[in-house]
Design a protein around this ligand. Sequence first.
Ligand code: GLA
Length: 380
Amino acid sequence: MKTKIQEKFATLFGEGGEMFASAGRINLIGEHTDYNGGYVFPGAIDCGIVAKIKPNGLGKVRAYSLDYDEFVEFGLAEEDKPEQQWARYIFGVCRETAKRGGKVEGFDTVFAGDVPLGAGLSSSAALESTFAFAINELNGNGIDKFELAKIGQSTEHNYTGVKCGIMDQFASVFGKAGSLIRLNCKTLEYKYFPFNPVGYKLVLIDSCVKHELASSAYNKRRASCENAAAAIRKNHPEVDFLSDAKRVWLDEVRDEIPEEDFLRAEYVIGEVQRVLDVCDALERGDYETVGEMMYQTHFGLSRLYEVSCEELDFLNKLARKMDVTGSRVMGGGFGGCTINLVKEELCDAFIAAAKEQFEAKFGHAPKVYNVVISDGARKL
Ligand code: GLA
């Protein structure tokens, strides 16, 4: 990938330039908790985005995406928003940097990625973090890492319309090889947990399903949670976020909120606790408990939060049937991957069965990824 980027860069823009990279992410547990002020437990992975960048002194960006084989040029003012979705991420990062008082000079770039698209591995966060990091370095802005993650998050909010939490961009910026990171999304305190489950593997199975309207459904989930939190806050003013609420406090407002919002909130409150239980279990090396929590999360995401789908439920059920230690839908949902904690000796049989049975039922093969927990945003 690097060689191709370098060759194309030389053809389009000549000599010079520096290389930057960032990563996609997995999340062990803590789904849809980030925008509720709860915990998440992600890590950066060994696939991401690589970009070569050089200031051009032209006051505009000239960008070439190798994957889309497409060249786009845009100015740096708000009205210069490009049409192409991929270019909007870069444009958004430039705008959000500028809004924070950062300098953004025009630049030329060629970039490419190897995060599977639509798999729930945050290819967009990888793209945002690469450029947020690079623009910060190239312009000497000195913006701190949390703010770089927030630049990516605000890009999603303001330039793509997804009201996402901070998890993906945080993992992509802060990722460290060999470690998962537990982040408290309310206080932004975080802790690295070396993750080396001896005797187990993390296997991602991509249903290759991507549902239309996933972003509006995502925003709707968020609105339900905020509605439930607002109702609880009337009785318990200390509740800033839904994650601050006790389960019994939710029960108190059951009749005041739509049933749908109640179910969403019930899932979130359970999930916040599960992340803590998983951390304790990890410290004891108790992977069976970790796995059991993953199944509970899947149940919640499927039945209460309703962000799973038939294909993902099928993969989850198969994992259970084959005694896989843990399995659940990962990321925002509405398609994408399941993340599976699998005993090493069971891996081959599980993957073979998943491929065969999934294809027999749905007519297309799932994809399987073996990911390695890796570093996040960096200069190469
Ligand atoms: C998407 C969002 C994240 C997070 C997850 C669900 O990946 O970008 O902020 O909410 O969904 O945990």
